[in-house]
Every structure is written in C-alpha cells, then in structure tokens.
Design a protein around this ligand. Structure first.
Ligand code: CA
Length: 235
C-alpha cells in the first residue's frame, strides 16, 4: 500500500449510497470496488484483495454479519468497518464478536467515513512497524512476535485481527499501567477520543481475553481497572 493507492471494497446494495461513497473515496485518492451483494463481497474480497472493507449489514442475500464471519474464517485480516443503520445492530456487531474492527452508524457523514477508513489503514499498515518495536513479549504461555505479526499460546498460533494485535501490543508495552478507553482509542484506533467508542474498546478486550486468557471471565493478564479502563498485569 505504500506505493499504490489504497484499495477499498464498498459493500452496499443501495446504488445511490454506494455512488456517494465511491465518489468521496475516489476524490481522496482511493481505488474503489463496489459489491452490491454479500456473495459478490466475498468474491471481490478474494479476487481484488482490498486493503479495507466497508461492509453494510443489510444486504439482499447474505447479511453483513455472515459476510464478515466468512471473510475472517477465510483468514482475511484487512480492516472491516461494519455499517449499521440501527441501534440493535450496533449491539449485535459488538455482541457477536465477528472480527470486525469498527462500526459506523447511518446516517454518517462522508468525512467521518473517510477519516475512519484512513485511521484503520494507518493503523493496519502504515504505523504498524513503527509503533511496535521488534521486541518480543513473553508472559505465561503466551508469546508475541511483533515483527512476524505472530501470537502464540502454548505454542499454538492465535488468529488475531490487526486491531486486536495492536491493542494487545499496546497493552503489553505498558505493563502495570492502567490505560483509559479514550487513550486506547487514540493509540490503537487512531481516532480522537470522543464519546461513544467505549464499547468498541470493550468488545475488543473481550475478544482478546477469549483468545488469550485461560479463564476469560476471570482474566489473569488483562484486567479491568474500574472507572478507568484496562491494564496488562504481568507476573
Ligand atoms: Ca443496505
């Protein structure tokens, strides 16, 4: 992505909405592919290898939740931003732990969409190597190799999304320090902290715990700091 424009897959069944997004993104120098159905989204994700995917939930065939699950199941790790129209869907995005990196609620401004996509791209590709030193982290039976983008538990590789990986490395790089949700949003997602992103942090923490903790309900490493946020608690 360093020499070619970032390639964005828009998954949206409403032509007018897709056109608006396409126009705005192309204006910003992105290359855009448009999928009109869930099936097409999965095909294009494989054939076009987009750098990020903007995924509407309400699609005529396979809904966005299932598309997201299938893409992650196929090992795709690029940022996925789910687009939801209703509050219940936000809860579902967060609750189902599909592997999405972020969500945007309709109606959104095109400016917001672009800044979210930029932030995801920056975090996923641009700053990854700069943010993470080549330092290895080892605690318990968990090992993190930032250079190889590899996390193992008991010697078994774990499947983490780029966002989960950044969150994890940010936490372990600050052992013993309580980190606020706002600070995590800025450091990991690259957004200015505003109200409303807390649940994004919480759901990613829940996923990390499920993947890393022996007992996710009683975390040993990634503990909640009441009224603040989270903390990596080494031995
Ligand atoms: Ca739709």
């Amino acid at each position: 992505m360093s020499h070619t424009p970032a390639h964005i897959l828009i998954v949206e069944d409403e032509r007018a909405v897709a056109r608006g997004l396409e126009y705005a993104l192309q204006n910003e120098g992105f290359e855009v592919v448009w999928a009109q159905t869930g099936r097409q989204a999965i095909d294009f994700a494989h054939s076009e290898k987009p750098d990020a995917i903007l995924l509407d939930i309400r699609l005529p065939d396979i809904n966005g939740f299932d598309v997201c699950k299938q893409l992650r199941g196929a090992g795709m790790r690029q940022p996925i931003l789910m687009v939801t129209a209703r509050d219940e869907e936000v809860d579902k995005v967060l609750g189902l732990e599909l592997g999405a990196d972020d969500y945007i609620v309709k109606p959104y401004s095109l400016r917001e969409v672009i800044s979210r996509i930029r932030a995801q791209l920056r975090r996923a590709y641009g700053e990854l190597s700069a943010v993470q030193s080549s330092r290895h982290f080892v605690f318990g039976d968990i090992e993190i190799d930032p250079e190889r983008f590899l996390v193992t538990k008991g010697g078994e590789p774990l499947d983490l999304t780029p966002t989960e990986f950044r969150l994890l490395t940010h936490l372990v790089a600050n052992p013993g320090h309580p980190l606020t949700r706002e600070g995590l949003i800025e450091a990991v997602w690259g957004y200015d902290s505003e109200l409303g992103y807390d649940r994004t942090v919480d759901v990613h923490m829940r996923r990390l715990r499920q993947k890393l903790e022996d007992d996710p309900a009683n975390p040993r490493w990634f503990v909640t700091v009441r009224g603040v946020g989270y903390k990596f608690q080494p031995d």
